[in-house]
Design a protein around this ligand. Structure first.
Ligand SMILES: NC(=O)c1ccc[n+]([C@@H]2O[C@H](COP(=O)([O-])OP(=O)(O)OC[C@H]3O[C@@H](n4cnc5c(N)ncnc54)[C@H](OP(=O)(O)O)[C@@H]3O)[C@@H](O)[C@H]2O)c1
Length: 292
């Protein structure tokens, strides 16, 4: 039986990956900051996983010494540990690059056979965005380390579309730009299958999106439809987004870091090779059926 460390196990993708490894008979060690999070469903219907995790270790990427020993006795490391929401005085460099690098050093010290890492699709077009460049600095470390690896490059997750859904619930949606760029978002469970399949494949990079391609306007319209509400979108010109980002950067750097990724993504077509079978329409329907 393979032993796997999942870093970021309490997050949207991490929970699906934990379940997928467990269902395939692996022994799963979860690396988290807060073990209690594993017991409850997440905000975008991602499942609790405390029941399928064999071992929990706690660590915080902002203090790399807490990650030491996390990989002991492990065959495979999977990491989707990353900064996706603003944290006080914490940068993407600390989590996405240095936190994952500390994990890689521990993996190398403990003879881990393979390291699977989640970066982003279209990274080469967004290297001016802090979170993307931090991901890619880690990818460079990973490639230079000599360990067998796979970098997964997904488009947007359904959890990001969940944010659109929350805004649609309020009855009014602000969308950056004219909303005509395309995206094929992917469900966490579909992506988890691809991440776990990567264990047995000798493929250095996998770009992946979901089965359906939409314009951003269409993703939002679907959310309004699932809620039985009239579509009401106000398009915010990109220059206003950039100006808001500049001002936010002066007063709240962590928030500006997250905003800059959202702005960069809205400005691009994000359509990766289509995989998976789960549809955004159904995800929105499930969210709409959930009590708030
Ligand atoms: N969401 C998307 O659309 C998307 C698209 C492409 C790529 N990605 C990348 O995929 C990865 C996973 O995304 P996700 O949406 O699943 O994110 P998520 O739900 O925010 O999960 C991130 C995970 O990282 C952990 N983490 C954050 N800061 C940490 C720290 N200081 N020490 C230890 N663990 C820490 C979180 O722990 P807590 O639960 O304690 O916060 C959580 O388990 C990220 O690297 C993201 O950049 C995401």
């Amino acid at each position: 039986m393979k032993k796997v460390l999942v870093a970021g196990a309490s997050g949207y993708l991490g929970r699906y990956v934990v379940r997928e490894f467990a269902e395939r008979g692996c022994s799963v060690r979860a690396l988290v900051r807060n073990p209690e999070k594993l017991e409850k469903e997440g905000p975008n219907l991602e499942p609790p996983v405390a029941d399928v995790v064999d071992e929990v270790v706690t660590g915080d990427a902002t203090d790399p010494s807490t990650l030491k020993g996390a990989c002991k006795g492990v065959d495979i490391v999977f990491s989707c540990m990353g900064l996706t929401k603003p944290q006080d005085n914490v940068t993407s460099e600390q989590i996405d690059h240095l936190g994952n690098r500390a994990l890689l050093e521990d993996a190398l010290a403990n003879g881990v056979k393979k390291f699977i890492y989640v970066s982003v699709f279209n990274a080469e077009k967004m290297l001016d965005v802090d979170v993307v460049s931090a991901h890619e600095r880690f990818v460079a470390d990973l490639k230079a380390s000599g360990i067998s690896f796979t970098v997964i490059r997904p488009t947007g997750f359904f959890s990001d579309m969940g944010m659109f859904f929350s805004m649609a619930r309020s009855g009014h949606m602000f969308l950056l730009g004219d909303g005509t760029n395309h995206v094929n978002p992917i469900h966490g469970a579909d992506l988890a299958t691809i991440c776990v399949d990567a264990v047995e494949k000798d493929i250095p990079e996998i770009s992946v999106g979901g089965p359906d391609t939409y314009t951003f306007n269409e993703t939002v319209t679907l959310a309004f439809e699932a809620l039985g509400k009239k579509t009401w979108i106000t398009h915010v010109p990109m220059w206003i987004g950039d100006a808001a980002l500049f001002v936010t950067g002066l007063i709240n750097k962590p928030l500006a870091g997250v905003m800059s990724f959202a702005i960069a993504v809205s400005n691009l077509d994000n359509v990766a090779p289509a995989r998976g079978s789960r549809h955004l329409k159904d995800f929105y329907r499930e969210l709409a059926a959930k009590k708030v």
